[in-house]
Write a protein that binds this ligand. Structure first.
Ligand SMILES: C[S@@+](CC[C@H](N)C(=O)[O-])C[C@H]1O[C@@H](n2cnc3c(N)ncnc32)[C@H](O)[C@@H]1O
Length: 222
């Protein structure tokens, strides 16, 4: 494992398995975050060719904050992928009594190879832990793991500068808007919806939500 991944794993291993812990001391923004996400997801589910609500995947799921409050009330089953053992254990304890809990994968997204098809794949506040190369191959794998009309949602911090910003403490990067768009282009995803999360404190990064679907192949028909 490279230093970039090792350092991040070490950082999260020392963070308490609480909402405040997974949100880096910003536990108080969880409610407004979930509210914004619910609105975004409901808009996706109201599209003409909306995804079904059978199976969702929560990527970098932490202690299951999003699975529990956003995805499980809507989807029949929710799978989680999370690399920190203590977080996924806490998620299991919290969600085990629900018949909505699907499979828990305890591994990094850089190694995760989906073995099912999903209606919605939700990635939030985790993709900065992947380098560009791994992010691209992860998105490629997710694209192949989407059901018909399936949607991938990416909700991440975005820097207003034109440069990638590296955080030495948790070993993550924050990408500029243009780079995110380039990566979506590179992986043949279309952005069908995007929004800025409102109501967050002024002194944190702007948080964008992107809804992505695989680009249609515009081949010639002879
Ligand atoms: C800021 S927390 C966000 C957790 C969750 N998405 C939420 O919003 O409540 C980042 C999470 O990503 C996880 N993580 C870090 N690097 C990862 C990787 N390479 N693969 C999967 N998960 C990772 C951490 O263990 C942590 O749970």
């Amino acid at each position: 494992m490279s230093d970039f991944y090792q350092k991040a794993a070490k950082y999260w291993a020392n963070v308490p398995a609480t909402i405040d812990g997974v949100l880096g001391g910003f536990g108080h923004i969880s409610d407004i975050d979930i509210k914004g996400s619910r609105q975004f997801l409901n808009e996706i589910l109201s599209l003409d060719h909306a995804p079904k609500t059978s199976l969702a995947l929560d990527c970098g799921a932490g202690i299951g904050r999003i699975a529990q409050r956003l995805l499980m009330p809507i989807f029949d089953k929710v799978d989680l992928v999370e690399q920190d053992e203590k977080f996924i254990y806490t998620a299991k304890q919290a969600l085990d009594s629900s018949d909505k809990l699907g499979t828990l994968y305890n591994m990094g997204l850089q190694d995760f190879k989906p073995e099912k098809k999903y209606d919605v794949i939700w990635c939030q506040w985790v993709l900065g832990h992947l380098n560009d190369y791994d992010l691209i191959s992860f998105l490629e794998r997710c694209k192949r793991a989407l059901n018909k009309h399936g949607v991938m949602v990416i909700k991440e911090n975005i820097t207003s500068s034109q440069e990638i910003e590296y955080d030495d403490e948790d070993s993550s990067v924050t990408r500029p808007y243009k780079l995110m768009k380039l990566i979506f282009e590179e992986t043949n995803f279309s952005v069908i919806k995007e929004t800025i999360q409102e109501g967050f404190p002024e002194d944190i990064y702007t948080v964008y939500s992107f809804a992505l679907t695989p680009k249609k192949f515009l081949g010639f028909v002879y």
